[in-house]
Design a protein around this ligand. Structure first.
Ligand code: M6P
Ligand code: ZN
Length: 191
């Protein structure tokens, strides 16, 4: 048995900052090739402002042993690439039968989910919302507000991340600005 000592981490709800500082990584537009539907808008963004920061993850790294519960904050900056709101890559769990819990800290977002056989679901998350990602559902978060969207997550160490399927196929739904509102539309790639 590898005994992990109990510990606490302080979280700033507005920024997702962890104290003491933990592992941090950033995802920029160049880290997400092919993820946004509007390729021209991606090119324009690079040309006008370079490699835009899309989101940042601060995570408590734990041993990869079964039963450990890694947890993190994610801060998605406000903005769009063309009409499509800033979002995470999204993933299935490598072990599909493992779930996850999200808790909204600040801002306004949407949790986009889908199963391998094509079921989809969209759930709103704001400060105070606990959202459940059941086993077998791929998940992506989207910032639909004008401020940072920040949330806390906890999942199982054995779950793992499988990015390949979403990287290749994307999600069946996109969240875009249409008629002044965040709107869920069908991804034209699937029609
Ligand atoms: C959430 C969790 C993390 C994930 C992060 C970024 O905080 O689901 O496991 O790493 O979002 O999302 P992604 O890994 O899909 O880029
Ligand atoms: Zn996950």
């Amino acid at each position: 048995m590898n005994l992990t000592q109990p510990f606490v981490t302080e979280i700033d709800f507005a920024s997702g900052q962890l104290s003491p500082a933990r592992h941090v990584y950033q995802r920029r537009l160049s880290d997400m090739p092919g993820y946004y539907a509007d390729a021209d808008a991606v090119e324009r963004t690079f040309a006008n402002e370079g490699d835009r920061l899309i989101y940042e993850v601060q995570s408590v790294v734990l041993p990869a042993d079964e039963g450990q519960l890694p947890h993190c904050t994610t801060r998605i900056l406000p903005g769009r690439i063309g009409a499509e709101y800033h979002m995470t890559k999204g993933h299935f769990h490598a072990r599909r039968e493992q779930g996850e819990v999200y808790f909204g800290l600040s801002g306004q977002g949407m949790l986009l989910l889908q199963t391998a056989d094509g079921k989809t679901s969209v759930q709103p998350i704001k400060a105070g919302t606990a959202a459940y990602v059941p086993p077998y559902w791929a998940h992506r978060t989207v910032n639909i507000g004008a401020e940072d969207f920040v949330f806390f997550c906890v999942w199982t160490a054995e779950a793992g991340h499988d990015y390949a399927t979403i990287e290749r196929d994307g999600f069946r739904k996109l969240i875009v600005l249409r008629d002044g509102q965040p709107t869920i539309i069908d991804n034209p790639k699937f029609i």
